[in-house]
Design a binder for this molecule. Structure first.
Ligand SMILES: [Zn+2]
Length: 322
């Protein structure tokens, strides 16, 4: 409400009304304006002090949303690490066991974990803890994935090698079952058919008619094909992976030294050459320089019954052809 001023006039003994000058009016308006602004500032200041400015509030909301996203990210990273750990377990306990490879050492698997110096530059950031934690998880995941992919490369190489190994090592009978006449004598101490004394028999004898085909028992290279003292006409195959086989007393050898052969390929015919008392094949398997029992190297073409029969035949002490 507008104020009205009066002044006492002693001459007229009345109160005369005073009208403000333009200048006074101006300052009065200005003063009121600043009062208004002042009060408004105090009120708004108070509100902002307790509730924050709109931009601060927007930032605060954004910040809490970011925080929620970081937490979600952290959770997702944990899930990915769980999946990876499952893959690592399977790698160490299944694939590597099957392929006879050493498990990856925990030292390599966990390498670089706990090195936080590389995150120092992030420490100044808001939410630094959460950011560093997620960066650590992400880096760890990346490193583990790299190690795992290297491991799978190795597994693939081992599988290929294993395929080749399975193809090469002796694994079938050198004479087909249908061609076997009656018995075969096995590896072990036997009575020598000629000298009649106890002697170790280092191979397995397959009794069959002269001219029966003799098969390579695994892929390999012919290292010798010709006459050998006592063994008669003999073929030898190097299969690699530490394995050799020898086929003795042949009537004919159909391969030459240096020739590559596949499992099941005919390399010669049964005979009775050399120190022999009748047509048969004397078959030897050598592993890492030692003559071993061939009975363990027929796993590819024998059923369980046939294998039992073979065991019986090979333990037969009665008839050795040498
Ligand atoms: Zn023999």
């Amino acid at each position: 409400m507008r104020k009205v001023y009066y002044i006492y006039n002693s001459k007229t003994r009345t109160y005369d009304r005073i009208y403000p000058t333009r200048r006074q009016l101006f300052f009065s308006v200005v003063r009121r304006f600043f009062y208004g602004v002042g009060i408004l500032s105090v009120v708004l200041g108070g509100i902002y002090l307790f509730l924050g400015t709109p931009s601060e509030n927007a930032l605060r909301i954004e910040n809490s949303e970011l925080g929620a996203h970081y937490e979600l990210l952290s959770h997702r990273l944990d899930e990915a690490l769980d999946v990876l750990e499952d893959l690592q377990q399977r790698d160490d306990n299944l694939y590597r066991v099957i392929l006879q490879a050493e498990p990856i050492s925990p030292h390599i698997r966990k390498s670089g974990q706990g090195d936080i110096s590389r995150y120092e530059h992030l420490e100044e950031m808001a939410n630094a803890d959460m950011i560093i934690e997620n960066m650590q998880k992400l880096d760890y995941l990346r490193r583990q994935l790299y190690i795992q992919s290297k491991s799978y490369d190795e597994i693939i190489a081992l599988c290929k090698q294993n395929d080749e190994r399975l193809q090469c090592i002796p694994a079938i009978q050198p004479v087909s079952n249908k061609d076997l006449k009656y018995t075969a004598s096995g590896y072990g101490r036997r009575i020598d058919p000629i000298y009649k004394t106890a002697k170790f028999h280092y191979g397995m004898d397959f009794s069959a008619n002269t001219g029966t085909p003799v098969y390579a028992t695994g892929d390999g290279t012919i290292t010798s094909s010709g006459w050998e003292s006592g063994y008669g006409l003999t073929v030898e195959i190097d299969h690699g992976f530490g394995y050799q086989t020898r086929y003795a007393h042949l009537s004919k050898a159909s391969v030459k030294r240096g020739q590559k052969v596949k499992r099941g390929e005919t390399i010669g015919l049964v005979g009775s050459t050399g120190k022999s008392t009748g047509p048969h094949l004397h078959y030897e398997v050598v592993n890492k320089g030692q003559k071993v029992n061939p009975i363990n190297y027929y796993f590819m073409d024998l059923t369980e019954d046939e294998y039992d029969q073979m065991i019986q035949m090979s333990s037969n002490q009665g008839k050795v052809y040498d």
